[in-house]
Design a protein around this ligand. Structure first.
Ligand code: ATP
Length: 220
């Protein structure tokens, strides 16, 4: 029997405040497009003053857990929340690598805007030692990369996502039409006492209601 192919694991970070169907559809489409065995949603820690009032990191995590429950291969990875202050992506990748070993194919997913800002990230030139980068492109996006990324793209980009090989080191692009949903919009609806049904999974909506999250503060 031949050697089993290495596992393909995607990592999708965000604040997920709250997680919504835009995140979940995008995640599932990525699983299908890139053949992931597992895609981990990775909620980010925020400085205490940046947390949504009365919605804790643990509650954001609980909502992501409810959203992916029973949806194999979507998973939750809580390592950034365990540190309770924002982590550098390079630290998260090092921690994932240490846990998963050298063979696993690791894919860091990010939007085009985030990718364009890459040269400002802490130790950004080391990221590709640990993972491939998958850039999510909207069909209507401007696709002119900043100067600082031209060499990287010339050396490392692979046009066909299915052709990514090895555990790390390459950049590719996938095109997705995102659903017109944002967490900001959901917080605003809930803050006005309106419904977020069908924008988040029912289990998440039930959690939000049971815990009274995102409600406007009661005027005194
Ligand atoms: P906020 O409105 O609070 O800024 P958000 O809805 O953009 O939040 P984040 O948690 O900041 O959600 O996003 C996590 C990741 O999901 C980011 O990479 C973001 O680009 C992506 N994302 C956000 N909304 C959508 C969507 N509707 N479809 C696909 N991807 C999305």
């Amino acid at each position: 029997m031949g050697k089993a192919r290495p596992r393909r694991i995607g990592v999708f970070g965000g604040t997920f405040d709250p997680v919504h169907i835009g995140h979940l559809r995008s995640a599932l489409e990525m699983v299908e497009q890139l053949g992931f065995d597992e895609l981990r949603l990775l909620p980010a820690a925020r400085p205490p003053h940046r947390e949504t009032p009365r919605v804790s990191a643990q509650q954001r995590l609980a909502m992501v857990e409810l959203a992916v429950a029973g949806v194999d291969p979507l998973r939750v990875d809580d390592r950034e929340l365990k540190r309770d202050k924002p982590s550098y992506t390079i630290d998260t990748l090092e921690s994932l690598r240490a846990e998963l070993g050298r063979e696993v194919q690791l894919f860091l997913l990010m939007g085009w805007d985030a990718f364009c800002g890459l040269p400002t990230w802490h130790r950004w030139e080391e990221l590709l030692r640990h993972c491939h980068i998958v850039v999510l492109q909207r069909p209507d996006a401007d696709s002119e990369a900043p100067e600082a990324l031209r060499d990287l793209l010339a050396a490392r980009s692979v046009a066909d996502p299915a052709a990514l090989s090895g555990p790390s080191g390459q950049v590719t692009f996938v095109w997705q039409t995102p659903l017109a949903v944002s967490a900001t919009q959901i917080r605003a609806l809930l803050g006005q006492g309106r419904s977020a049904r069908f924008l988040v999974p029912d289990a998440v909506l039930n959690y939000i209601e049971a815990h009274g999250l995102y409600r406007a503060p009661i005027a005194t």
